[in-house]
Design a binder for this molecule. Structure first.
Ligand code: IFM
Length: 480
């Protein structure tokens, strides 16, 4: 995916927005959100199974037990992608399916599921892009301490090795972690994600051990996969804006940038934690959980950086009252921002999606520009972008979602502009292929290009799926 020749076409008044030759058009999902079959073929509970079963955690008491039943309908889902002309499929491997206790030998039935899926993708000419971890930590590893414990990173490297041994001959593009910010700060800080713990120091420890897990896993992958295979990580980089031009608000941006973005890009891409992050959090921890040699281990060469973008984040300096305002990730009495209780989060103006997230493609354009200048030479791939809306099937069975088409068009125009400005963006993955389990929101939010009728499992491509299909097939973004 990262070897394509890149010719940039700047959009002029008459120029069609044509993407570079070889640009990869994909769609994305994640194991717990779509697979179902929670107890099949030896799979054990993950932290999300436990969390979803805890009353009050997930809207309507929804769980991933059945989800979209992809574990049984995978062939149909691959056929759907093939019909839509999608060139790449980003999916995640369920750790508790492959290594049910989080340690020891692999479960062949779990691996067989992914072998069959990948073979089918390859057969249909769809490039598989495998993510090792999209939040479904085996519960046994959480019981042993979870991500705040160093041993979890070591277990992750062993799991990465098993996955690479089994699939490395077929999967050429690997991602270690999806959005480690959510795993660390929503999982162990605010508690709105599994495992639902709320300790700011545990959140920072988790962030470090996720960084370490990434580095160790890249090494395990590189030792096993062919030299032309690619390794990456996907981050949900927050595009931050100050509420006002005041210096205090600029400082709020700096602090959240450290906790949201640079806590990962620092060690992974530069080999060091940012000094300001260590200073801001010094009242909470001395970071002695960072051992000698860890940063060298984390700082592995990557073939591209996966970027997930949905909406920008607006911050200001607040009065330090100790509570935090909603930041779009669910409400909690506990902050996901250790040591930043005096930062307030604000709803950006304008149109929103069903998540309440502001629709603002300019944030994506600016984020890509910043990444291109901060990390020159590192190719970028949009590994997630998309929107939830209140979709429904009309009496004729069609699902019309013009707001999603407009969202996608705006964001793809932003990607195109970023490329024209010089950012090396190699691909775009729409989140999501299917409506699915949206974490704490259960099935109440629909992100799919394909509608899922949950009682029957029936799939209905939405109007946006047909629209995206035309873009993917032609590589050209239509004006309307
Ligand atoms: O559904 C999630 C996905 O699992 C991770 N990125 C954001 C999406 C929408 O919230």
């Amino acid at each position: 995916m990262v070897t394509a020749a890149h010719q940039h076409t700047a959009p002029g008044p008459e120029a069609p927005r044509t993407f570079p030759e070889g640009f990869l058009w994909g769609s994305a999902t994640a194991s717990y959100q779509i697979e179902g079959a929670a107890a099949e073929d030896g799979r054990t509970p993950s932290i999300w199974d436990t969390y979803a079963r805890t009353p009050g955690r997930v809207r309507n008491g929804d769980t991933g037990d059945i989800a979209t039943d992809h574990y049984h309908r995978w062939r149909e889902d691959v056929a759907l992608m093939a019909d839509l002309g999608i060139g790449a499929y980003r999916f995640s491997l369920a750790w508790p399916r492959i290594q049910p206790t989080g340690r020891g030998p692999a479960a062949q039935k779990g691996l067989d599921f992914y072998r069959r899926l990948v073979d089918e993708l390859l057969d249909k000419g769809i490039q598989p892009v495998a993510t090792l971890y999209h939040w479904d930590l085996p519960q046994e590893l959480e019981d042993a301490g979870g991500w705040p414990e160093r041993a979890t990173a070591e277990r992750f490297a062993e799991y990465a090795a098993l996955a690479a041994d089994a699939l490395g001959d077929r999967v050429k593009t690997w991602t270690t972690l999806n959005e480690p910010w959510c795993s660390a700060f929503l999982g162990y800080g605010s508690g709105v994600h599994a495992p639902g713990r709320t300790d700011p120091v545990d959140a920072l420890r988790a962030a470090h051990h996720l960084n370490l897990a990434h580095g160790l896993a890249v090494r395990a992958l590189r030792d096993r996969i062919p030299a032309d295979a690619r390794c990456s990580v996907t981050l949900n980089l927050h595009h931050l804006r100050p509420l006002t031009g005041d210096a205090a608000d600029a400082d709020a941006v700096r602090r959240i940038d450290a906790l949201a973005n640079r806590v990962f890009t620092g060690p992974m891409l530069r080999g060091a934690y940012p000094e300001d992050l260590l200073k801001d959090t010094a009242p909470l921890t001395d970071w002695s959980f960072v051992h000698d040699g860890d940063l060298r281990e984390i700082h592995q060469p990557l073939d591209f950086l996966g970027v997930n973008y949905y909406t920008p984040t607006v911050v200001s300096r607040a009065d330090g009252s100790g509570t935090h305002t909603s930041d779009g990730h669910g409400r909690s009495a506990h902050s996901p921002w250790p040591g930043a209780d005096d930062v307030a989060f604000h709803q950006p103006p304008g149109e929103t999606t069903a998540m309440g997230w502001a629709v603002d493609p300019s944030g994506l354009h600016e984020l890509l520009g910043r990444l291109a200048s901060d990390f020159p030479g590192l190719p970028l791939v949009i590994t997630e972008n998309g929107a939830a809306f209140d979709d429904y099937a009309d009496p004729s069975g069609d699902v019309n979602d013009p707001a999603r088409i407009s969202y996608l068009r705006g964001h793809l125009a932003a990607v195109h502009q970023a490329i024209a400005d010089g950012a090396d963006v190699r691909g775009y993955f729409l989140w999501s292929l299917l409506d699915n389990f949206e974490w704490g929101y259960g099935y109440s939010k629909r992100f799919g290009a394909v509608y899922v009728d949950y009682p029957t499992g029936t799939r209905i491509p939405k109007a946006s799926a047909r629209w995206y299909s035309a873009v993917a097939r032609t590589g050209v973004l239509p004006d309307a």
